[in-house]
Design a protein around this ligand. Structure first.
Ligand code: N1C
Length: 258
């Protein structure tokens, strides 16, 4: 592995991108599974993952292409500790990095597939054996691209494992915190239902001067969707900048910050 990484760095540029991408993906997988009984599963995960899109038109990869991949990894159910988000990725990451106040909350990036694929881009071409990491179509060009379909499928599986109370961090500094085109709205919310899931608790995070409230039209839509699904619904506004200042202060206990 060490030799592989060194080669990858030394010849990057000369090495086809599929080798680099495969090396990075498998080493992140091994890092995640280190010291567990599944440590040797990463080749199997890679095979199932790459079969979903290699050789296919990068606009013709449906989310179902990742079904076999989802079979290779079983996620544990996350009761009362699942954290979903939409347009608040940076804030959620900062919270997780602070390692304070959030120890109990689990995001998709805390699972094997979310951890490994976060920040990566990949696609192939019809008839090709290669993976490309540049020039891949974005969602505005085609919805059924390998990256979007992966996140759709992984998010579906993740939210299917939800139970009890689910927390969602939405962005209160944009006019539509609950947007129909988001994965949160189009996939995740639709997986949440009783008896497994009881409540949806929204945290509306604002940063800067633009501040929507829980009365926002799109949040009313979300509230109605939750109530139609017979979920309890709560919404609370949170000043994101204050929280980040507070949790980065070592002298202040977590309880002071929320
Ligand atoms: O479309 P979104 O947000 O509503 O998706 C977020 C939602 C979260 O609750 C996660 O569980 O869906 C899951 N998720 C990821 O964990 C994730 N990590 C990285 C969805 N997308 C994820 N990404 C990338 O961000 C991916 O490229 C996807 O298209 C964006 C979506 O982010 P968003 O629009 O802020």
């Amino acid at each position: 592995l060490i030799v592989g990484i060194c080669l990858g760095i030394e010849f990057s540029g000369a090495v086809p991108s599929n080798k680099d991408f495969k090396t990075v993906t498998i080493s992140k997988c091994k890092e995640f599974l280190k010291n567990t009984s599944s440590e040797n599963k990463c080749e199997e995960v890679w095979d199932a993952f790459s079969k979903a899109y290699v050789g296919k038109d990068p606009c013709e990869v449906p989310m179902e292409a990742y079904d076999p991949l989802m079979q290779t990894v079983r996620e544990k159910d996350a009761c009362n500790r699942m954290l979903l988000w939409s347009k608040t990725k940076l804030f959620v990451r900062q919270l997780r990095e602070a390692q304070k106040c959030l120890p109990k909350l689990l995001t998709l990036e805390d699972t094997l597939l979310g951890f490994v694929m976060d920040g990566q881009t990949w696609c192939s071409k019809k008839g090709s054996k290669e993976t490309f990491t540049k020039g891949c179509p974005k969602s505005d060009k085609c919805e059924r691209n390998p990256v979007r379909s992966f996140w759709n499928r992984a998010s579906e599986a993740f939210s299917q494992a939800a139970c009890g109370e689910v927390t969602a961090m939405l962005n209160g500094s944009i006019s539509t915190p609950f947007n129909n085109n988001s994965i949160f709205a189009s996939i995740e919310v639709k997986q949440l239902s009783p008896p497994q899931v009881k409540a949806l608790s929204v945290i509306l995070v604002t940063t800067g001067n633009d501040k929507e409230t829980c009365e926002n039209d799109s949040l009313r839509t979300l509230q109605n969707a939750a109530l139609d699904r017979e979920l309890e619904y709560t919404c609370k506004e949170l000043d994101g900048s204050k929280i980040l200042d507070c949790i980065s202060d070592p002298d202040r206990p977590c309880g002071d910050c929320w």
